[in-house]
Design a binder for this molecule. Structure first.
Ligand code: UDP
Length: 383
C-alpha cells in the first residue's frame, strides 16, 4: 500500500513520534510530506522513512484562530495544496496526521480522488481549540475522511460530541517497542552522576514546556515534599511558550528550589532519563488526548502519577499500574509522591505490573497490525 503521510510540524511532538512508528512498515512505498522544516525531518531520515518538506512558508493558523484568519491563510495555502494534489496521485491514500494536514489533505483528496485517513491526536473541545477550529476539523473529517483513527476513547468521544460521525471513527492507541525502554545499568549510573542526581529521590517530568502541561503544578508540589525529592523537567517550549518558561524559572527562584529543579531542555535519551528517575509525573491541567509519556514511564518500570482526565484515565488504573491525582492539585500530587518515597515495596510492585501489562497492550507490532487491518477493511485497498 502506497501512503502519502502529511504532518504540519517540523518539530517532534507526540503526534510526530507516533507517526514514525506508523510510517515505518510502509517506508518502501511511502512519503511523509511536512509543512515545515526542522528536527522531525532529521528523525524521519534516521529511521529511513522518505520525507520531503512541501511548504515554503509557515501556515499562520493557531489553535485559537477565527474563521476569517483561517480563510485568509487558506488562500496562501494554494501552492502547497497544488503540490500535495500532484503528489497524492502517486499514492493509494492520504494519511493526515495533524489538523492543518487534514485541511490540506481533505482538499487534495477531493482533487486527486484518493481516500483520506485522519489520525486524530487531539481532544476537540473548547479547552484546547477555538470553536471555529473544532468545526472545521469535524466538518472536513465528516465530509472527506473514510476513516478517523482516534488516539484514545477520550479523543473519540470529544470528536463525536462535537458532531463527528460515529461510523468512521475507531480508537487505536499509540504503539511502542518495549525493547527500546530496556537500558544498560552502567549508562544509568553515569547519567545520574553527570546530572548530580545520586542519593536523591528523583521525580521526572517529560513534556514540552506549555502551560497546560502543568510543569508549575509539579514545582509547587515539590515545595511540599521532603527535601530529598528533586525534579528533572525534560522538554522544551516547542511552540513559542517562552513566557511560560520564564514563569517557571521565577517560580523555582521564589520557592527557593534552585537546587531541587533541573531544566534539561529537549532530549532524545528519554528511556535512559526515565530509568534514572524514581518516579514519573504527568500533570496536564486540561484532559490529555493520550499521554505517551505515561506509557513510556510504565515501559521503563517506573511508577507513574498522572492527572486524572482524558486519555490518561484509559492508561492508568489507580493503585494497580500507577496513580491518578486530581488535575491542578499540587497538594494531592505532593502526598502521592511522598507516599511513593515511603512505601517502596508496594510502589515497585505497581510499577512492575505496569511494565508487564503496557508491554503487551501497547506493543507497536500489535498496534501496527490494527492500523493495517483498518486501512484494508475500511478502504478496500491492497495490503
Ligand atoms: N519527548 C522527547 N523529548 C523531550 C520531551 C518529550 O522526545 O525532551 C517525547 C516524549 O518521550 C513523548 C512525546 O515527546 O514520546 C510527548 O508525547 P505526549 O503524548 O506525552 O505529549 P504531546 O507532545 O503529544 O502533547
Amino acid at each position: 500500500m502506497r501512503i502519502l503521510f502529511l504532518d504540519q510540524s517540523g518539530k517532534p511532538g507526540g503526534a510526530e513520534l507516533c507517526l514514525i512508528d506508523i510510517a515505518k512498515p510502509y517506508c518502501n512505498h511511502a512519503l511523509v510530506g511536512l509543512f515545515a522544516d526542522g528536527t522531525f525531518k532529521d528523525l524521519l531520515q534516521q529511521n529511513h522513512i522518505p520525507v520531503e518538506v512541501l511548504a515554503t512558508q509557515a501556515i499562520q493558523v493557531s489553535k485559537e484562530s477565527t474563521l476569517a484568519q483561517g480563510l485568509k491563510s487558506l488562500v496562501k495555502l494554494a501552492p502547497l495544496i497544488t503540490k500535495v494534489v500532484k503528489k497524492a496521485r502517486e499514492y493509494d491514500l492520504i494519511y493526515a496526521n495533524t489538523q492543518k494536514a487534514l485541511v490540506v489533505g481533505a482538499i487534495a483528496s477531493f482533487f486527486s480522488r484518493r481516500p483520506l485517513v485522519y489520525h486524530l491526536h487531539d481532544i476537540l473541545s473548547k479547552e484546547h481549540f477555538s470553536q471555529t477550529n473544532v468545526r472545521i476539523a469535524v466538518n472536513l473529517a465528516n465530509g472527506f475522511a473514510s476513516l478517523v483513527i482516534a488516539n484514545s476513547q477520550a479523543s473519540k468521544t470529544a470528536f463525536v460530541q462535537a458532531g463527528g460521525r460515529k461510523d468512521i471513527v475507531e480508537v487505536v492507541y499509540n504503539g511502542f517497542e518495549p525493547k527500546n525502554y530496556q537500558t544498560d545499568e552502567s549508562d544509568i549510573n553515569k547519567l545520574q552522576q553527570d546530572l548530580g542526581l545520586e542519593g536523591k529521590f528523583v521525580v521526572g517530568h517529560f513534556s514540552r514546556l506549555a502551560p497546560w502541561k502543568g510543569q508549575h503544578i509539579l514545582i509547587d508540589a515539590l515545595s511540599k515534599c521532603p527535601p530529598q525529592v528533586t525534579a528533572i523537567l525534560v522538554g522544551d517550549a516547542l511552540f513559542g511558550e517562552q513566557d511560560y518558561v520564564e514563569q517557571l524559572h521565577q517560580q523555582v527562584a521564589k520557592l527557593g528550589l534552585e537546587n531541587r529543579v533541573k531544566f534539561l531542555g529537549f532530549r532524545s535519551d528519554i528511556p535512559q532519563l526515565m530509568t534514572a528517575c524514581d518516579l514519573v509525573t504527568h500533570t496536564s491541567t486540561s484532559p490529555e488526548p493520550f499521554g505517551r509519556v505515561i506509557v513510556e514511564a510504565m515501559l521503563c518500570g517506573k511508577p507513574v502519577v498522572a492527572a486524572k482526565a482524558g486519555g490518561a484515565m484509559e492508561l492508568v488504573e489507580h493503585g494497580l499500574n500507577g496513580f491518578l491525582v486530581t488535575p491542578g492539585e499540587p497538594q494531592e500530587l505532593a502526598q502521592v509522591i511522598t507516599t511513593c518515597l515511603q512505601e517502596t515495596e508496594i510502589t515497585a510492585t505497581i510499577a512492575n505490573n505496569a511494565r508487564t501489562t503496557a508491554s503487551k497492550r501497547f506493543n507497536v507490532a500489535t498496534i501496527n497490525q490494527q492500523i493495517a487491518q483498518l486501512l484494508c477493511n475500511r478502504l478496500s485497498l491492497p495490503a
